[in-house]
Design a protein around this ligand. Structure first.
Ligand code: AMP
Length: 191
């Protein structure tokens, strides 16, 4: 069983690579951003609560995200494992993830961290904003805030997995296929 944290700044390609990983390895994709967007679209209380944070490019409070992931893990049974995308985004979330997995006798196998230069992230996010309909991709101030929030609040999560000897760096620049090849190389080594 593989339980993978796919890590990296906004625009690093986590969603794109997750889709390919799901196809090849049959893992269950758990993207907190996608879950929030679904709630937002459905107009649930959770969606309404998250909207203000998401629109500004700020993090939704830990307790809210953790509860949503916990519910998801409890209702999803997977033989092959999970791919966590956009979660954990704080050290507090990383600790909570370990604790909730333990309840199901599960562990994180490893973290794959997509490394992409900030200038490239800005280009990719603006490009995605043209077609994604995502407000947070369409505004330079929001993009800058998301990169800032990543650097200040999310980057330390990498150290959490480094300390557990579970951190793997992946060069996230280049073609989608070339990056996926690097990822498969690491995933096959985990097995
Ligand atoms: P993403 O699709 O991963 O870029 O997430 C879009 C937005 O959803 C983020 O900018 C946050 O506002 C919110 N979000 C997603 N995942 C998390 C998380 N793990 N912790 C806090 N907020 C999150």
């Amino acid at each position: 069983m593989l339980n993978i944290v796919l890590f990296g700044p906004p625009g690093a390609g986590k969603g794109t690579q997750s889709e390919l990983i799901v196809k090849q390895y049959g893992l269950l994709h758990l993207s907190t951003g996608d879950l929030f967007r679904k709630h937002l679209g459905a107009g649930t209380d959770l969606g309404k609560l998250a909207q203000g944070y998401m629109d500004q490019g700020n993090l939704v409070p830990d307790a809210v995200v953790i509860k949503m992931v916990e519910d998801r893990i409890a209702t999803e049974s997977t033989a092959k494992g999970f791919i966590f995308d956009g979660f954990p985004r704080t050290v507090h979330q990383a600790l909570a993830l370990d604790q909730m997995l333990l309840k199901h006798d599960l562990l994180i196998t490893g973290m794959l961290s997509l490394e992409v230069e900030a200038s490239e992230l800005r280009i990719r996010l603006r490009e995605r904003g043209k077609t994604s309909g995502r407000k947070d991709d369409q505004d330079d101030i929001k993009i800058e805030n998301r990169i800032k929030v990543y650097n200040e609040e999310t980057k330390p999560v990498a150290d959490y997995y480094k300390h557990q000897d579970k951190y793997v760096s992946i060069k996230g620049m280049g073609s989608i296929a070339a990056i996926f090849q690097l990822i498969t190389h690491e995933l096959d080594a985990f097995k």
